[in-house]
Ligand binder design. Sequence first.
Ligand code: AMP
Ligand code: MG
Length: 318
Amino acid sequence: MTELIKAEKKLLDVAVAKIKNKKIKDILFVQQSVLKAVDEFMYKRRITRILPLMMSPITDTLNHSVEECEISYNNQTFNVMKSMIFHKQMTMLNADIDSLYIVSPNIRLEMATRGDSRHLFEFTQVDFEFKEKTMEDILKFIEEIITAIFKFVKENCIPELTRLGVGTDHLNITGPFKKYTTDEMQAKYGDDFEAEASKAATEPFFLTNHKREFYDAEDLDNLGTYRNYDLIWPLGFGEGLSGGEREFKLDRILLRMRELATDENAFRYYIELAKQGEIFKTAGAGFGVERITRFITQQPEISDVTLFCRKPGEQYIF
Ligand code: AMP
Ligand code: MG
């Protein structure tokens, strides 16, 4: 029988200690409560739930590089899902569906340099999209769903939060979330504005206007600004959600793709749909389940809220 070498034995000890961790059951109950609150909220509004995919010929182009992970199958190349952004848009081809959400596992093989307290290379997001809605509509929707989640957690998770040594003050929302542009925050806090503004805040707030992926809509009345948004968790927990209005007109999509040197051939079917006028005006967002759980349970590390951690740069056996 093969004996484990010392380094392997250590990996096993670490994995087992993580699974046996005394806090994890309470943390997972809080996470389960978040997902239950999401489902109830969406169900009441009859927002269509679609199931996630794990691979597709096209997936999110992202605005940062990750290691690619392609799978060949049946003479076709699939990529693991980095997000379901394009599938959210495709679903809108169905004339009866005007709103949807997905609890969506994503694989992004983040570089080892992203091995910080908020990045995993496999995580889950709650991803939603609405036809014909604007940035302002979605910001309001985000306020409502986050408020509903926090309320549900406060009603159902007091024993868990108490055992974890966490109060509920950080879950009290006193009014509409404040909105800042990235430019004004950069002027105030410098290049590390997101982290600094998050540390200074005591309630979640929005940061708007990021120049990002080709599908994030530029404001045509104010070129050079973008109708997209992040929700930032306060107390130093950083970005928790990203979203935007989407580009939907062929000329705008091509212009943004060319600016970002996107492989147009890989997107030829998408471009064809845009040509036919079948990419619709939509807006939406997605928030990370592990990140909201980490914020609610006030854990120092995103790995603290997972049983089977996927932190960039580390080795895993299970
Ligand atoms: P994005 O649209 O790329 O910002 O992803 C949507 C949301 O998913 C983010 O706001 C995070 O809450 C979450 N997320 C994105 N990347 C990661 C990651 N590497 N690890 C954990 N959560 C992530
Ligand atoms: Mg983001």
